[in-house]
Design a protein around this ligand. Sequence first.
Ligand code: F6R
Length: 590
Amino acid sequence: MCGIFAYLGPQNNASEIAITGLKKLEYRGYDSWGVAALDREEIAYYKKVGKISAYSTGDHAFNPSHLAIGHSRWATHGGITEANAHPHFNSAKSIAIVHNGIIENYAKIKADLETRGYHFVSETDSETIAHLIDSHLPTHTLEEAIKLTMSELEGRYAILVIKKDEQKIIAARRGSPLIVGIGKQEFYIASDIPAFLEHTNQVNYLDDDQMVVIDHRGPQYFDLRTNSPVEKRLITIDWLASTAEKGKYPHFMIKEIMEQQETIRRAVEQDNDEIQKIASAIENAYGTYLVGCGTAGKVCLAATYLFSRIAQRHVNFAVGSEFSSLQHFIKDRSLMIAVSQSGETADTLEAIRAAKTKGAKTLAIINVKGSTMDRESDFSIHLKAGPEQAVASTKATTSQLAILTLLAYACTGQLAEGKRLLLETQSQITDMLNPRYEDHIRSLADLLAEVESIYIIGKGVNYAMALESAIKLQEISYIHAEGFAAGELKHGPLALITTDTPVIALISNDETRQDILNNCQEVKARGAYVIGVASENNPVFDFWIKVPDAGISQGLVNIIPIQLLAYHLGLLRKNDPDMPRNLAKSVTVK
Ligand code: F6R
């Protein structure tokens, strides 16, 4: 949440470089944005309310500068105004900061500073940082003042700081991601890799309670707790810059939906020994607990069904934000499996740390190589889906499902069979995602564009996918959508069904099929408009979305037409499918 970016190097258009980088981080926040640059010993800045994508190069005349920081905001403290947009300053405007995260004790610090005569111009927690650094400056160097400031802040943050007469950028983190990109005599800092991928794929990750000082000689890292220098390993990111672009597609969301024509294959092309080793860890664990937030949480729920069916194993599931209230059952022989696209989600990360504190082993199933979860877990499996930039998760979801299916097969010694089945699923998806299919879904979107509510029902793994369908429809169409276990309808939700209420049924060709078809009859008898997502048509369907018969992977396949439906509903309702209102990708605040 919130994108931050910095550039230092020989090019003299640092502000424009920062804006270009921030545009690639817009999925992290799009309420307002701003940049600050060193301009002949002064700090020049520019702030705007609205999306940074609305800015075109040259819209503002920036003076030449070799050093700039920038921020794209997802509001936490204070409304969406220019005053609350970053960067924030001390009163003399000699220090500029940008901040991602939440400073939990800002109110107290602000009150103290105000009694000492400091004047605040925004409602943000972030402005506190600039004044606090200022308060330490008379007697300390900038580095020392930042270190002292960090020791006083509580909460989760990533910050960038510049000072008017110092040709350097200082960054520090606790909880929110920061990655340093190392180019040829030029340096970048960003909350996520796609921001600078066109310039370099060589990175250092900043860990919690670390600070980096970058000047023209390069980065120097420090541990804020021990006050000692830290050596960093240079990591090569194997994403091509082009994979972070929309290419021929109008939106990242549709590009990423279509990429599912090959991402399952990449997900299952894992090292057999590694997968087998992790499967053994699951088998030997005294309880396996899956944790994820939002869509990743629905994937975890789906995995409980997959492990039960494929491996006859019970695995537990908890929503990331609820885990702290459930962690008491974790033992030192437990295994936690954290599922996350970004590898940075605050609640999931906290769950990993809680499990580690209890001595449990941790496995991260993540897309972003080198992310905090990747670095902090005992084992990692990478989705290899390439950057996912639309706020709504699509290709990462199906890759996560594929990997969990593979693990379940590996637990029964049938890894090769699992791979074979998933590769078959991949070719079925490739066939399915053709332009005619998209047209068919678009025609359904036309029918549903003005409805008030959509209900989605499923049984078994399709129940988890019904919940995930609801998330997709809510965030992209803004239509009220809810998922239910089909068998639960009679226990309450059936009261919501009236004439023409759309009910989408996600169906597998297994023993759950007849039950859910019966549930379809029940809602139809009460006037519902039934949309069946199934491999075979049925008289009860008013509208049929054909999906391939994918056996064990049916849940994975069934979610794809719903992703397309959400996308087209979003377009018809004039929403931005890549940047749904009020949301942001990579939720690094709690
Ligand atoms: C919804 C969506 C979110 C994420 C959730 C977890 O489409 O994308 O619900 O799934 O914020 O994010 P990650 O997977 O990065 O941990």
